[in-house]
Design a protein around this ligand. Structure first.
Ligand SMILES: Nc1ncnc2c1ncn2[C@@H]1O[C@H](COP(=O)(O)OP(=O)(O)O)[C@@H](O)[C@H]1O
Ligand SMILES: [Mg+2]
Length: 306
């Protein structure tokens, strides 16, 4: 198995316009990681931490301000249109990614049309994808706008997998669905991850632990930690990871530590560690973002380990 995707010091800065000023704002800063073939990496972080920015770079929807991203060792922007055959996306809101006037069949067939597949091949592959995603047959000739949220997401998943891509970027694909349906769709992702490489973006630590092989923990546009999921779930290296694990509701209300007990905190986005205002290990040196430390195949950015 080799490295499929690699980010080398990728930063994305957005120009934010205020009433009186324009300033550069880092969506993500100095983000480096890799994805192995057939691996599922969860990108875990609160809203605004930069998760979708990473996803958009992988999908070539935005260009890094600094650094580069490689697929199989080659700069992603050096690929031609065949890139969309290799890398596909599933988003939070399936309604936004499906044309409401298309039938279910057409929605899944379109990527094959774009890439010039024969009629015979299209029929075969669309059928296979729809059956695999468990889209009921009686829906295949219905307009996608008539479907429920869960059914739409199944169609979006069939569409994203019909070209048999090397890599799938799923950006909070269950966040808009009812809990019972979330569970059904997650089961589908569990199947999907057996045959493909995936970057799975979520703000929910339970989903990240459930679905991934490794977790990349993000805060304020910076990487906090990258660890195998099992090890992370047992004991995160970064204090922010501890904070998140403590915030998971447990079955017994007596065992529960509510986020309120720990206290809300303000994420900083400057030269220092984004977590330092809430960190029990705060020291003066945390005013500067720490260098990368590698420990037994895990990566952490925290002065505790420097
Ligand atoms: N087009 C944009 N222009 C300005 N700021 C942006 C833009 N897109 C995202 N941002 C900002 O960058 C940060 C990271 O955004 P995003 O990657 O969407 O985070 P997440 O997906 O984790 O919620 C946020 O603070 C967001 O407000
Ligand atoms: Mg997002």
């Amino acid at each position: 198995m080799g490295v499929l995707l690699e980010f080398q010091n990728v930063s994305v800065s957005y120009l934010q316009r205020g009433f009186f000023s324009k300033k550069n704002f880092f969506g993500i800063r100095n983000v480096s990681f890799h994805l192995e073939e057939k691996e599922t990496l969860a990108i875990l972080g609160e809203s605004g931490s930069g998760k979708s920015t990473i996803g958009k770079v992988i999908l070539r929807l935005i260009f890094p301000t600094e650094g580069r991203a490689l697929l199989k060792g080659k700069d992603i922007f050096k690929y031609r249109r065949d890139y969309t055959k290799k890398v596909s996306a599933i988003f939070q809101d399936p309604a936004a990614s499906l044309n409401p006037r298309y039938t279910v069949w057409k929605a899944v067939e379109e990527p094959l049309l774009v890439h010039g597949y024969s009629k015979q091949k299209r029929k075969e592959l669309v059928e296979k994808a729809l059956l695999w995603a468990k889209v009921e047959k009686h829906l295949w000739d219905k307009k996608t706008s008539l479907l429920s949220g869960g059914q739409k997401q199944r169609v979006a998943i069939a569409r994203a997998t019909v070209l048999n891509p090397l890599l799938i970027v799923a950006d909070e694909p269950t966040a808009a669905l009812d809990l019972s349906i979330q569970y059904e769709i997650l089961k589908l992702f569990k199947e999907l991850k057996k045959n493909t490489s995936m970057v799975f973006i979520t703000h929910d630590i339970r989903i990240a632990v459930h679905i991934s092989d490794r977790i990349l923990l993000l805060l304020g546009g910076r990487i906090m930690e990258i660890s195998p999921t099992r090890e992370f779930a047992k004991k995160p290296l970064h204090p922010y990871g501890d904070y998140l694990l403590k915030s998971i509701p447990v079955n017994s209300p007596y065992k529960r530590t509510l986020l309120d007990d720990i206290g809300e905190f303000k994420t900083l986005r400057d030269e220092g560690c984004p977590f330092r205002l809430a960190c029990p290990h705060y020291e003066k040196k945390c005013e500067k973002y720490p260098p990368k430390v590698e420990i037994n195949g895990r990566v952490v950015y925290c002065w505790l380990y420097v």
